[in-house]
Design a protein around this ligand. Structure first.
Ligand code: HEC
Ligand code: HEC
Length: 244
């Protein structure tokens, strides 16, 4: 069984794939965090630029730069939104500022640009079309820390040593289909931190005893039945959105 683990893990990792998770890994590879989430924690000064510094992804200040995910995509593809590049005054400013956002469209594929856009938008909490119950579900997931374990926007892939996959599954990829087949199973996971259907599987049980992090159980005092409805609405919305 042990020999099969690396192969099984590779397959589970493959199935976990979704735009936000791929975008996060690609952002690291492409050096995005060198400028956007610098080691020092503070925004890097950028004399001559519009606001004088390089924006941090999480600062909630993206609106000072982009109206929506379409403009975020333009930043990544062209180094600035079209509206900026069409304005001679802004072009002049961009030429003079110390740091320029690189135009990644020159070297990356359309799919890679889409993944980076999905990641950057998720990082900044911008989800075009997310509203109502589903939007409230995201707020709850953030407040209760679901997204710190299950990943930004439920993208999964966070490490969990000695677990069956080696990472915590998210809500966006294909693994979710096997782990949560209905609203009732979702509720069982959240209420009990486990699932009877899987507990009887010896392989799952073997790893569950060993894995570093486990799913906590959330009682009704923490999450009301309405909260569960909202979380489920959010997960359902996100899964519809993930076409690749
Ligand atoms: C050399 C530093 C640098 C690197 C590397 C860089 N950027 Fe930027 N980025 C900037 C600057 C500077 C701005 C602000 C626009 C300006 O002032 O010209 C910006 C703006 C943005 C914006 C719009 C503002 C916001 O917060 O939403 C997004 C999105 C963005 N970058 C994504 C990325 C992604 C994704 C990568 C990696 C693929 C990346 N950047 C790599 C410098 C950088
Ligand atoms: C301490 C980290 C942690 C936190 C916080 C956490 N989970 Fe989990 N969750 C896990 C682990 C670990 C698993 C088990 C995966 C396994 O063993 O296969 C899991 C499993 C799940 C599953 C089933 C598998 C899947 O597709 O992800 C769901 C659904 C789930 N959690 C929902 C939630 C919700 C909703 C919240 C917030 C109310 C939450 N979790 C908070 C760690 C966490």
């Amino acid at each position: 069984m042990i020999a099969a683990v690396p192969l099984g893990r590779a397959l589970l990792w493959h199935w976990e794939s979704n735009p936000v998770l791929r975008g996060r890994l690609l952002a690291r590879e492409q050096g995005c965090f060198n400028c956007h989430l610098p080691d020092g924690g503070k925004e890097i000064p950028n004399p001559g630029s519009r606001w004088g510094s390089v924006p941090k992804f999480q600062a909630g200040n993206w609106r000072m730069y982009a109206e929506d995910c379409r403009e975020v995509r333009e930043f990544i593809r062209y180094g600035a939104p079209r509206a900026w590049l069409d304005d001679p005054k802004v072009r002049d400013r961009l030429k003079k500022q110390r740091l320029r956002m690189p135009a990644y469209g020159k070297t990356l594929s359309d799919e890679e640009i889409e993944d980076l856009t999905a990641f950057a938008c998720a990082k900044e909490g911008v989800f075009d079309g997310l509203e109502g119950l589903a939007a409230q579900g995201l707020q709850i997931a953030r407040k209760q820390g679901c997204t710190s374990c299950h990943g930004l926007a439920g993208a999964g892939g966070r490490p969990n040593p000695d677990s069956i996959a080696g990472f915590i599954p998210g809500f966006a990829g294909k693994n979710f289909q096997d782990l949560v087949t209905s609203r009732a199973e979702f509720e069982e996971w959240v209420r009990t931190g486990s699932l009877k259907r899987l507990e009887s599987n010896p392989v799952a049980a073997f790893f569950w005893e060993r894995q570093r992090l486990s799913m906590p159980a959330y009682g009704p005092a923490v999450l009301t039945p309405e909260d569960l409805d909202k979380l489920w609405a959010w997960i359902t919305w996100m899964r519809q959105d993930k076409k690749r």
